[in-house]
Design a protein around this ligand. Sequence first.
Ligand code: GAL
Length: 716
Amino acid sequence: MNIRKLMVWAICMLSIASLHAKINWLEIEPGVWKGVVGTPEDYSLLTAAGCSPAHDGFARLPHVELPTLANNIVGEVNDGKTNLRIPLDKGEQLYGFGLNFQTVHQRGKILNLHVDHYGGKDTGRTHAPVPFYISSAGYGVFVNSARYLTVYAGSGARKDSENAPIAKDRNTDKSWSARPYSDAVSILVPAQGVEVYVIAGPTPMDVVRRYNLLCGGGTLPPRWGLGFTQRTQKLYDAKDVEYEVDEFERMGYPLDFIGLEPGWQSKSYPCSFEWDKSRFPDPSGFVSKMLDKKVRINLWTNPYISPESDVYKEMYPVSGSHTVWCGIVPDLAHEKARSLWNDKLEREHINIGVSGYKIDEVDGYDFYIWPDVATFPSGISAEQMRQTYGLWVQRTSTDLYRKRNQRTFGLVRASNAGGNAMPYVIYNDYYSHQDFITALINSGFSGVLWTPEVRGSKTGEEWLRRFQSVVFSPMAMINAWASGTKPWSFPEVADQVKEYSLLRMQMMPYWYTEFARYHFDGIPPFRAMNLEPGFNPNEAVKTELTSGNLEDNPYLEAVTKEIKDQYMAGEYLLVAPMFAGQTLRKVVLPKGNWYDFYTGEYVGNGETIEVSPGLDRIPVYVKDGGIIPMMMPRLHAPRLGEKFDLEIRHYGDADGAYRLYDDDGETYNYEKGEYSWRDIKVERQKNGKLKGTFSKAEKGKPNNIGNVSWKFMTQK
Ligand code: GAL
């Protein structure tokens, strides 16, 4: 070998060695470390989302050191792809990996994280396949790649593992398993490098908080977004919508925004973005009339542009190579396409007072969305575009409203990491009530919001059961685009439906505060029991455990024991939905005293209870010392500057403390410090009675609170 060849060889060896090297971790926010493997691509989930960390929130989390496992994370570039290996201990469980519908525990799964509609199985193809997971050991890992990732979430065993499974003889050993234990999560990134983040806890909840803060903090909807919303039948015209809005008022059902489905547009699938003048002859007059009735308008659309739209021609050069239903696909990673899209939305809708959108079909179905061979003028690949298109539609439309200092709240069918602060809720057509609840639980691990929307039902019982759950979710919605159903369509349960829709309104101060905590502190408003201190599913269901070889398969064990039909709604509430046909259910209570939400009665402590609440009630329980600030039942959210009275409820025996969030409810002025947190305290007095205090409004800060009354729900 001559000297030149020798040098080339040495350089090659050195670079191979460096590709195998352990990762250097750089702390970029308190408790968040970034590592680089190979050469990461410029385009990532976080760049597409355009988010920046919410620094202030980190200061309210405990100080932590780099988790020791970080030093054992290995990244290597091989065959043009990046492999990551993150060690796992035997007892660890994994949560997250995006919006899964069927299980809360993810260990043992093999997932192809790929934006898609939900096809009925947790394969990784979902509306928000967020490449972030949380370990029960109190750390998390986020892979900032806009590629389709393959995740072996504790599957596949290396021959040189220090912790390798032991070979067993299937002939004679009953504990033989087809899926032997694996001591690592392996992730395949089809690119020559990637950015990885290790996020510390110490608790899994702290990990989730840090992740949300890294991605800009959670969204803070306008107050009206937390009211009730109805989506009308798809071919309704202006008169039909007006009639429906009046019906809500007349019948005494709350309504804050109403959604128009495809028929408002002159062309849909692909879309013109223009009003159908035969159904809506005077769009501006129509929108103002609705606003006068205190009902905002939300418009359904998909982003694919019809040849008949007046923006088609100009958009053509900045659209992708392939069409969707013969409509062009704006390349939203391209500035020109964004500005054309924005101008169109502004001109046709926002300038006349439309309050938000439902942006459909950005998740896809391979048979109609652009194929992976498509190209885009911005140079972003079809794969990257698929992974991030949901982010782009949210980002651009949010920016339009932000520019007007106006908050929006809408619906979208795809999102990804970095969309955390975007005011959108995910939905789909799958319609399994049970799986919708599991999705709600999993949304809290992934920085997205999900609504278990109600569409239609076979019976009044199913209608009410579904309705009761959607009231305890980020968006209380009936989506009647196909069914035309109204809240009162099942007369036998119409009163109960009304009671729950009004309860949703009464609870607005609580919901609003919980969303503020999401925004400022990264605490997801709807989340798994697994993030709740004192929750131990293993303890609660140990009698149901089968024994045998499960120890080798922690994932199987977890799935047999997991609780995927009850969740936490904010700081104090445990919600345990009932499903049609069910009269009895189990509820696993975390440690501590728990009380019935409706009566204030004690129900248990750290145990599994069986409840049969009857059709009128969805079981909801409150933590000891729980404080739920409520307002009077009403049909519309308070308007900007409108004062409202509070009824503050206290539950249980313990003293309570809560901070109520307040701001103008509609603008972004809170970003300039125009908000307040007011202390609510309930303390037991020497005479044994409970007494509540509410701190004064700070001078110069928003104050929407009128009179305050107290209700001590638990009588001794
Ligand atoms: C579906 C969407 C429904 C409804 C419908 C209208 O894609 O999921 O909620 O909007 O389109 O055609």
